[in-house]
Design a protein around this ligand. Structure first.
Ligand code: FE2
Ligand code: FE2
Length: 208
């Protein structure tokens, strides 16, 4: 395999994540629930929150891919690739829900992907325990963020809520996997920087 092959794989993954609809094996959570009666304002708000979640999943794809690219241990690289596959289902569900609500995906997805991939690759460069610690902390922060969305989504928007509920359960499992594989605890300044980056991303993605 030439040096170029992994780079081409990375580019292919990036383009598919940003421009192609993601596949899913599991049915979309809440698929059998009926659509709630939402006002225009509620519908727009729910679509914007689901856009934020979709951007989060684009970033998750990029983080996992960037980390797998620089991961040292083959078994960890495989675990990261497996986790990235599981996250594609979240991409699929959020994308479909945005469409159902009449919203659109973020125009800045290529930028989000590039930024998150770089963060993942840098984390991977520091060695597997730090890289896994970064992953565990990301998943913990995503879990807290999804909790916030469950409070902000219209109470009767059962279809959106079912998706967020299942994603939250999956993110908890991803954090547990990272810890089981040997994640180290990140220093507080790193955690704060990650929270700040996530705040910029979620604040922007709500509008664009
Ligand atoms: Fe996810
Ligand atoms: Fe996750």
């Amino acid at each position: 395999m030439s040096l170029l092959d992994p780079l081409i794989c990375q580019l292919d993954h990036a383009l598919r994540t940003v421009f192609v609809s993601a596949p899913t094996k599991r049915a979309m959570p809440g698929e059998t629930l009926s659509e709630a009666e939402l006002s225009d304002q509620e519908r727009q708000h729910a679509a914007a929150l689901m856009r934020v979640n979709h951007v989060g999943e684009v970033c998750a794809q990029a983080l996992y891919a960037g980390q797998a690219f620089t991961a040292h241990d083959l078994s960890i690289r495989k675990a990261l690739e497996q986790a990235a596959w599981e996250e594609t289902e979240h991409l699929n569900w959020t994308e479909r829900r945005i469409a159902e609500l009449g919203g659109r995906k973020s125009l800045l997805n290529p930028l989000w992907y590039a930024g998150a991939w770089t963060m993942g690759a840098v984390a991977g460069h520091f060695g597997d325990p730090v890289s896994l610690g970064f992953l565990a902390e990301t998943e913990r922060q995503v879990e807290a963020h999804l909790d916030g969305h469950l409070e902000r989504l219209p109470q009767h928007d059962d279809r959106s809520r079912a998706i967020v509920d299942q994603m939250k359960a999956d993110e908890i499992a991803h954090a547990e996997t990272a810890i089981r594989l040997g994640a180290s605890e990140l220093p507080l300044p790193a955690k704060m920087a990650m929270k700040l980056a996530a705040k910029v991303m979620t604040g922007t993605a709500y509008w664009a």
